[in-house]
Every structure is written in structure tokens, then in C-alpha cells.
Write a protein that binds this ligand. Structure first.
Ligand SMILES: NC(=O)c1ccc[n+]([C@@H]2O[C@H](COP(=O)([O-])OP(=O)(O)OC[C@H]3O[C@@H](n4cnc5c(N)ncnc54)[C@H](OP(=O)(O)O)[C@@H]3O)[C@@H](O)[C@H]2O)c1
Length: 222
């Protein structure tokens, strides 16, 4: 992974941050993004430097905002020319019954997890050289109560992955599905994010074999 340009959305905290650390150890050139938590993003960037990252930058990205997607993408291409691996990781979850979800909560999940992921991929696709890894979920493989909208977005991410893999034969497009992982999203319950990150890195490095369009279910490797 030395010298590879790797863009990880939502890498200020959680699984994205742990994934950035894996690629930093491998000497990658990293693009780390934050949305609300610049301070945590700065900490991630600093730690990546300590771990051996070759080059890195922290950029603001709001996947709910078209202008942010476009200006972020322009900045990435200006600085790095192209991207070897795009990891669509950013996501949000409103853990409550549909009856209790507000329009704002529904919109935040659909626009961040699915619409923004599709738009960012669309804009960056001509500049991606090797691989797109979409972070799905176990909730993208079966329905769970109190995760209705979230499940809908993650089923969508898997459909997007399968269809795009057929369009873009020159790229590898894979969906990595974590189970419950101990991050802010789950109140820090579940598997360590570092274990999920190692699997994402395994897919990127080819150590874990994953044909284009396929799912990699994290629980199969734990
Ligand atoms: N944790 C789990 O159990 C679990 C299980 C399966 C799948 N996943 C998936 O794994 C991915 C990472 O989740 P996580 O558990 O690491 O969650 P997390 O700790 O809450 O981190 C979410 C990341 O997404 C960013 N983000 C949120 N809204 C955004 C927006 N509108 N635009 C751009 N970035 C935004 C956050 O940025 P700021 O913090 O800077 O605002 C943060 O960096 C998500 O796609 C999630 O659905 C998680």
C-alpha cells in the first residue's frame, strides 16, 4: 500500500479512523475527512503521521450537501491527481422505530449513507484507479427493528455495489459489511473497530479475496 492514494470518508472517528491507521502503517497517502468533529479529525491525522503515513490531508466533507461534495472532490483531485482506493465509510444511524423518526433523521440517513455515497462516487469515478470499497452493514443483508431507514440505505449500498461493478469492469467494487462495532454509532458496543479496519485493509491489499461486486461479511473473519 506504500504510496497509494487512499480516500476514507468519515475518518475523524470510529471505523474510518481505525482504517486510516491501518493504511498509515502501510505508508499510504491518505485523505481523511471530518464533518462535525474537526478536532477528532486533527487527532486522526496526527496519529497517522506517527504511524508512518507518507502524506496526508484532513478535509471537510458533508455528504448531505452537493456543493461540499463538489468542492471537496475538486480539492482532492487538485492535490493528489487521482485516487487509488476510495473507501465510502461515512454514515449515520437513528436507532428508533419508524414511528419515532423525524423527517430530518430519515433525510440524514438516506442522504449521507446512500445519496451522498452515490454522488461522491459518481464525481470521483473518473479519477479512481483501482478500487471502491463501500461500507455496508449486516443491516444491509437482513431487516432489524428500529433500523428501518438505516436498513433501507444499507440494502441500497449493496445494490449500488453490485450494479456499479458490472458497469466499471476495470475497477474492483466491493461492499464490506461490519456487524455491531464499538463506535459512537452504537454507544461503543460490539467488536473493536480495529478488527473491522484490518478486514477492510485485507480487501484493499488483496490478502482477502473479494471479486468485484461481492460482499465481504466481517463476521466471517472474526
Ligand atoms: N458501528 C457499527 O456497529 C456499524 C456496523 C455496520 C456498519 N457500520 C458502518 O460503518 C461506517 C462507519 O460507522 P462508525 O460506526 O465508525 O460511525 P461513527 O463513529 O459515528 O463515525 C461516522 C463518521 O461519519 C462522518 N459523517 C457523519 N455524517 C456525515 C456527513 N453528512 N457527511 C460526511 N461525513 C459524515 C462522521 O464525521 P464527524 O464525526 O466528523 O461528524 C464520522 O467520521 C458507517 O457507514 C456505518 O453505517 C457501522
Amino acid at each position: 500500500m506504500r504510496g497509494k492514494v487512499v480516500l476514507i470518508t468519515g475518518s475523524s472517528v470510529g471505523i474510518g479512523r481505525a482504517t486510516a491507521y491501518e493504511f498509515a502503517r502501510g505508508g499510504g497517502r491518505l485523505i481523511i475527512t471530518y464533518y462535525r468533529d474537526r478536532e477528532e479529525g486533527e487527532k486522526t491525522l496526527q496519529r497517522c503521521r506517527e504511524l508512518g503515513m507518507e502524506e496526508g490531508v484532513l478535509l471537510y466533507l458533508n455528504l448531505m450537501d452537493n456543493e461540499s461534495i463538489l468542492s471537496f472532490s475538486r480539492e482532492v483531485i487538485k492535490r493528489f491527481k487521482g485516487i487509488d482506493i476510495l473507501i465510502n465509510n461515512a454514515g449515520v444511524l437513528a436507532w428508533k422505530s419508524l414511528r419515532e423518526q423525524s423527517f430530518e433523521e430519515i433525510e440524514a440517513q438516506v442522504r449521507t449513507n446512500l445519496e451522498g455515497l452515490i454522488k461522491l462516487t459518481k464525481v470521483l469515478l473518473p479519477h479512481v484507479r483501482e478500487m471502491v470499497i463501500n461500507i455496508g452493514s449486516g443491516a444491509g443483508k437482513m431487516g432489524f427493528p428500529e433500523l428501518t431507514t438505516y436498513c433501507a440505505t444499507k440494502f441500497g449500498v449493496r445494490g449500488f455495489t453490485q450494479a456499479l461493478a458490472q458497469e466499471e469492469r476495470g475497477l474492483k467494487i466491493v461492499c464490506v459489511n461490519p456487524g455491531m462495532t464499538a463506535t459512537r454509532m452504537t454507544g461503543y458496543r460490539g467488536e473493536a473497530p480495529e478488527r473491522v479496519a484490518r478486514i477492510i485493509y485485507g480487501v484493499a491489499s488483496g490478502y482477502i479475496r473479494a471479486p468485484s461486486g461481492s460482499d465481504v461479511d466481517v463476521w466471517d473473519f472474526l
